[in-house]
Design a protein around this ligand. Structure first.
Ligand SMILES: Nc1ncnc2c1ncn2[C@@H]1O[C@H](COP(=O)(O)OP(=O)(O)OP(=O)(O)O)[C@@H](O)[C@H]1O
Ligand SMILES: [Mg+2]
Length: 620
């Protein structure tokens, strides 16, 4: 990560406590600019990928290679306190609309960078904040004017959803994005069917499970109705059941472990054999069974089998013909299930059990004594089928419709991780249209048109705010520049041509990345939901204005105390020698969480922003 060094530098060098506001502002600006520069190469259909290393992914301890901004910001490790505000803005965008995160990250940086320049030029921070808010209000209106309402219910609507999905997806090298777009639209359509006309039409994308499985090609990615569980049916048991009554078990179908009474700790180092003799338990021997007659062995086996039967019999006889168990199942249990014609799946993930609960109406049972028909769920058909050589169990025709599963295939987990992120972005974008069915042109058409109108609007403002509104327009134009650059076009050339198109009234003119030209976005079908764009501009402006208002940096008292105890513990913005200074007891005082240094200190505080020899800055 190229910008990592920069952030690292800021982290190490930012002085704590009594630092002039200019330095704090400049550092904040640099952090924002570093994030902005980091996401510029990522945006757009041909955005490049970022590698986040050191076991970033949750799937396995592997690196994450992705161009999906949401996946990236979730995994980024950062230490500077300002980065927190930026990441939170990105996450808010992710949680609210699920797409447009790269746009937010870029815009924040550009707005803060320009705001800082204006402050340096003598525009008060409150004027910058007011100006940005005013510009945002104007842009919101512009966006609403540019938006077109679409009908998404019929066939033509499906085509529009498909286009929105394609705009949100990257042009991946791994597969045809038409296939992924189809999968996205089908899944959201499936969820939307469960909603009646008058109901709140919010679609919860989390209802769509994404099963990523390495092996196979991305083109084999498919959508399935209902729940798909990545498990096999246990050997020789039925693998296709119609009119399934499903029981979900959260306890193992295994022999109970013998319990030892009077367990006593023995001195460590005592050999296991000795312990065994003493009839005690520890270490290598988990339990001790003392058998002195052959009949004891029989008794032991009989009791063991009886206990096991007491566990299995109620399950076999409960009336369910499909059993999903979260834990292990002992092999000796299988004959009984086979004779009863029951399908049994073991080690089903808890998340899958919960999805089955939602889809089939079953209730997870934690103890065999609780098992009763009112806890069963239903499915028209449960069957084991193969996809790309791997076996999955499909639960179809479930009574609750809000269940859909996408099974993604890919050569490696890294490829899959990045596709999961892309798919989620597209799912969110399409789902947005069911709440608000207005779309705006993509390819940075809205940014260029808003900038164009903002500049005209600014001319009518007879105050310093005029400069601020202009700065907002400039910040918006970094988006078309970044997209053009990533598509392999000349940034300046593209921007000037776009401006000319918008000046002559073609407000839907944008960048068509595939043919590297400027086209009418509605004609080429590059469209985005209005809500995604609106939220992106709102999230970015809120974060940027919040950032511009920051004038000073204090370190919480608790953090200072903790750090004084541990020289190695470094929080953002501390230099090593300052920490050393704090360690000297007589020099070091806490005052309201702020660091105070004695006036007699000979060495001036170190700061990257002050040239050597400069006098120490004195508080006003
Ligand atoms: N074919 C295309 N040609 C040009 N621009 C496109 C095309 N498809 C999409 N875009 C533009 O690319 C931008 C979206 O890119 P991207 O999805 O990388 O960023 P994001 O949505 O801000 O972030 P993320 O999806 O990572 O959360 C939008 O401005 C969109 O209009
Ligand atoms: Mg996107």
């Amino acid at each position: 990560m190229v910008n990592g060094d920069r952030i690292e530098m800021i982290k190490d060098e930012l002085p704590p406590g009594e630092v002039p506001p200019e330095e704090i502002q400049e550092t904040n600006m640099m952090v924002c600019a570093a994030f902005s520069d980091m996401f510029k190469p990522v945006i757009g259909p041909f955005g490049s990928k970022i590698l986040i290393t050191q076991g970033a992914t949750k799937v396995e301890a592997a690196d994450l290679i992705s161009s999906n901004a949401y996946s990236l910001i979730k995994e980024l490790r950062y230490t500077h306190p300002t980065a927190d505000i930026l990441i939170t803005a990105g996450l808010t965008q992710g949680e609210r609309v699920g797409d447009g995160i790269a746009t937010v990250m870029i815009l924040i940086g550009e707005l803060v960078r320009r705001g800082y320049e204006l402050r340096k030029a003598g525009v008060h921070q409150n004027i910058v904040v007011d100006g940005y808010e005013r510009a945002l209000g104007f842009v919101k209106e512009t966006l609403k004017e540019m938006a077109t309402t679409v009908d998404i219910r019929d066939e033509a609507g499906t085509e529009i959803l498909h286009r929105v999905a394609k705009t949100a997806l990257k042009k991946g090298e791994f597969c045809d994005e038409d296939i992924l777009a189809d999968v996205v639209v089908e899944s959201i359509r499936r969820l939307s069917k469960s909603k009646s006309e008058n109901e709140n039409r919010h679609i919860d994308v989390d209802d769509i499970a994404i099963e990523a499985k390495s092996g196979g090609k991305v083109n084999e990615t498919r959508f399935f109705e209902g729940v798909v569980v990545d498990r096999e049916v246990l050997d020789a048991l039925p693998s296709d059941v119609s009119d399934a009554k499903i029981a979900l078990l959260d306890f193992p179908i295994e022999h109970p472990e013998p319990k030892i009474k009077g367990r006593k700790e023995l001195p460590t180092g005592m050999p296991a054999r000795e312990r065994s003799k003493a009839g005690e338990t520890l270490g290598a021997l988990d339990f001790h069974v003392k058998i002195s007659k052959p009949s004891h062995l029989r008794e032991f086996h009989d009791t063991r089998a009886k206990l096991f039967d007491e566990l299995i019999d109620p399950i076999v006889k409960c009336g369910a013909n499909v059993i999903c168990c979260r834990w292990g199942v002992d092999a000796d249990a299988l004959p009984k299930f086979r004779d009863a014609g029951i399908m049994l799946i073991k080690r089903v993930k808890l998340t899958d059990l919960e999805r089955l609960e939602r889809a089939t109406g079953a209730k997870i049972v934690k103890d065999v004594s609780d098992l009763s028909p009112d806890k069963f769920g239903y499915a028209g058909r449960v069957s084991q089928r193969e996809i790309g050589g791997d076996k999955y169990v499909f639960f179809e025709n479930c009574p609750r419709k809000e269940s859909a599963t996408i099974v993604i295939r890919g050569t490696s987990l890294r490829v899959l991780e990045s596709i999961v992120g892309e798919l989620k972005s597209a799912l969110h974008a399409v789902a947005q249209l069911f709440e608000d069915n207005r779309v705006v042109p993509g390819g940075a058409a809205v940014e260029v048109e808003s900038a164009h109108r903002l500049r005209k609007f600014a001319r009518g403002i007879p105050s310093k705010e005029q400069l601020v509104v202009d700065a907002f327009a400039d910040a918006l134009e970094t988006i078309p520049r970044a997209i053009a650059k990533n598509c392999g076009m000349d940034q300046i050339d593209t921007l000037t041509r776009l401006r000319a198109e918008h000046f002559s009234g073609n407000m839907n003119a944008g960048i068509s990345g595939r043919d590297k030209s400027i086209r009418d976005m509605f004609q080429v079908g590059i469209i985005e939901p209005l809500s995604v764009k609106l939220q992106a501009f709102i999230s970015a402006t809120e974060a940027a204005t919040g950032m511009i208002k920051i004038d000073d940096l204090h370190i919480a008292k608790s953090a200072v105390e903790k750090e004084a105890e541990d020289i190695e513990a470094r929080i953002a913005g501390r230099t090593k020698d300052l920490i050393e200074t704090e360690r000297k007891p007589p020099d070091f005082k806490f005052k309201g969480g702020r660091l105070k240094y004695p006036e007699t200190r000979e060495e001036p505080l170190k700061s990257v922003y002050r040239k050597p020899g400069d006098k120490r800055w004195k508080p006003r």
